[in-house]
Design a protein around this ligand. Structure first.
Ligand SMILES: [Zn+2]
Length: 350
């Protein structure tokens, strides 16, 4: 493997057409703005190669979505409509989503076929399920990439660190033991999508291969570090993935306008850092996907995650410091994790 290869960062200017309307919290300007910021930051731009994401056809989308659902989206684009109240289908959005899917698929191929150790895409449409789209998500690029890798015989972990649980990805791989889906998210009793309780561990052959870690409101780096050490790391070690995909943007940040978690910029950096380190220690390829985040600190949050995942030494965006690794985590979390480990102990060593 060529260690001198730059890390592919997938993007297409059409990402900027992934839109829901002017007053909607998802601002598509995030995509070109982030690419602009990367280009300006010498230490970041020297690490990555910005590559163009291709579009994908229906055949690719059908690896995770039903034909009926794909047709429904295209029809809504023509006549107007919405998948759910918060997810209208605007002109150009489905094509933008196809490029986002293409970016994640190319990223997976760069690992599988070209020997890259790490790849990045501005993706993570994890609320789109087999026959539904919601939560600002139309087509599930995370699932398309994981499906492709699993079909190539690879053992895949999807580590979803978005503040919202990844219900779409979970449903797509619910019965599949080849993809271990681990989601760490705000307690679903307090946040959309209202799924991802510890009891949800997969079905049939896939039982034990879905793991949900609900975090209490105001969870900070202390709680995240504790949960990852106690549950995620042992799972990664036991499953021994060949590829680890992390998805999730800045929405676990304390200033996010839609969520109630409390990671600071160090916490977001930690998510990137620990994910890449877990992949590296397992000898697995690493895919990093970022797309979410609401409010004013999205780009800074993405930057913090990327500083962590690339392992580069540049100053983090300024922020208050909340919590510290090694402090005592909230009692509520410790009890929740004990319950989760008990449920998982029929499938994994805990
Ligand atoms: Zn989210």
């Amino acid at each position: 493997m060529d260690k001198d290869k730059k890390i592919p960062l997938f993007f297409h200017e059409k990402y900027g057409s992934y839109r829901f309307g002017k007053l909607h919290p998802f601002d598509p300007e995030r995509f070109p703005k982030f690419i602009g910021a990367v280009k300006k930051e010498e230490k970041m731009s020297s690490e990555v190669d910005i590559l163009e994401s291709p579009s994908v056809d229906d055949k690719v989308l059908r690896t995770v979505h039903t034909s009926e659902y794909i047709k429904k989206v295209e029809q809504m684009e023509r006549v107007g409509g919405a998948l759910t109240m918060d997810t209208p289908v605007k002109k150009g959005s489905p094509e933008a989503a196809r490029h986002i899917v293409g970016g994640s698929l190319e990223a997976a191929k760069a690992i599988n076929e070209k020997g890259y150790e790490m790849v990045i895409n501005l993706g993570g449409l994890h609320h789109a399920g087999p026959n539904y789209g919601e939560g600002f998500c139309m087509f599930n690029d995370v699932a398309v990439a994981a499906r492709y890798l699993a079909d190539q015989g690879k053992k895949v972990i999807v580590f979803d660190t978005d503040a919202h649980q990844g219900n779409g990805t979970m449903d797509i791989f619910l019965k599949d033991p080849n993809v271990l889906f681990i989601s760490i998210h705000q307690d679903p009793s307090t946040l959309y999508p209202g799924r991802g309780y510890i009891q949800e561990i997969g079905e049939g052959e896939g039982k034990g291969f879905t793991v949900n870690i609900p975090m209490p409101r105001d969870a900070n780096i202390t709680e995240y570090h504790h949960a990852i050490e106690e549950v995620v790391k042992p799972l990664v070690e036991q499953f021994s993935p060949e590829v680890l995909i992390r998805n999730g943007g800045s929405d676990p940040h304390h200033a996010d306008s839609l969520t109630d978690l409390a990671l600071d910029m160090r916490g977001l950096k930690y998510l990137g850092e620990v994910s890449r380190t877990m992949a590296h220690d397992a000898g697995a390829g690493y895919m990093d996907l970022m797309l979410s985040g609401y409010g004013r600190r999205v780009l800074e949050g993405w930057k913090a995650i990327t500083i962590g995942s690339l392992g580069i030494d540049i100053p983090l965006p300024t922020d208050q410091k909340i919590g510290k690794i090694g402090y005592e985590p909230k009692r509520e979390l410790v009890e929740k994790l004990n319950g989760l480990k008990k449920i998982l102990s029929g499938h994994w060593d805990f």
